[in-house]
Write a protein that binds this ligand. Sequence first.
Ligand code: TMP
Length: 221
Amino acid sequence: MAGLFITIEGVEGAGKSTQIQMLLKRLVGIGVPALVSKEPGGTPLGRELRTLLLSPHASGEKWCPESELLLFYADRAQHIATVIRPALEAGRLILVDRFEDSTRAYQGAQGIPEATMDKLGEVVLGRLRPHMTLVLDMEPAESLERVRVRNAAAGETFKETRFDNETLEFHTRVRKRFLAIAQRDSQRVALVPADRTPEEVHEAIWAHLTPLLRSSGHPVE
Ligand code: TMP
């Protein structure tokens, strides 16, 4: 069976983690050799980069968008080389929480030109593309409220705040970029309304995924 590369994208609080866990359980349940990873943070180097990228910068220094961009690509390069490609070569289905489309949406919303990401993407991804990308879509005002409740429940424990603290206007621009990606690349990207119950969102995702699973030789009843 061929390896499959699936990515899940969306604004903060859209329910990616919940959906990934539900999907993993179902895939494993029908015997698909699936594994889950994420960006940033899918490798030991990536976890260090994630802490650096997402925690408030101790010095208070404002990073220029290009520095941040390169750190996301450093995370991705390591992730592709040591996790994604080996999984695909082993014929596994790898489900990745955020990938290149997050860079296009977030760093794009910070003003990085598409042409810059095209160049870096060429170096880091080469010809690698996800077989399917699921964009969980919802109003940022609503999804950020979910994040606020989740962070409040986490109390004093470490919270990753970097992009959670951006303005609603920023997240609205990010959402628009995800919508534009879905429209432009509709062969690869499925847009999934995420302002539903987790079960409804899961069923919508499953419906998008089953033709791909079947055509790749995976058993789906
Ligand atoms: P997460 O907790 O949903 O994985 O979020 C990680 C944060 O990093 C989220 O705010 C989106 C952001 N991000 C980027 O800005 N660019 C990227 O390329 C990636 C992968 C994530």
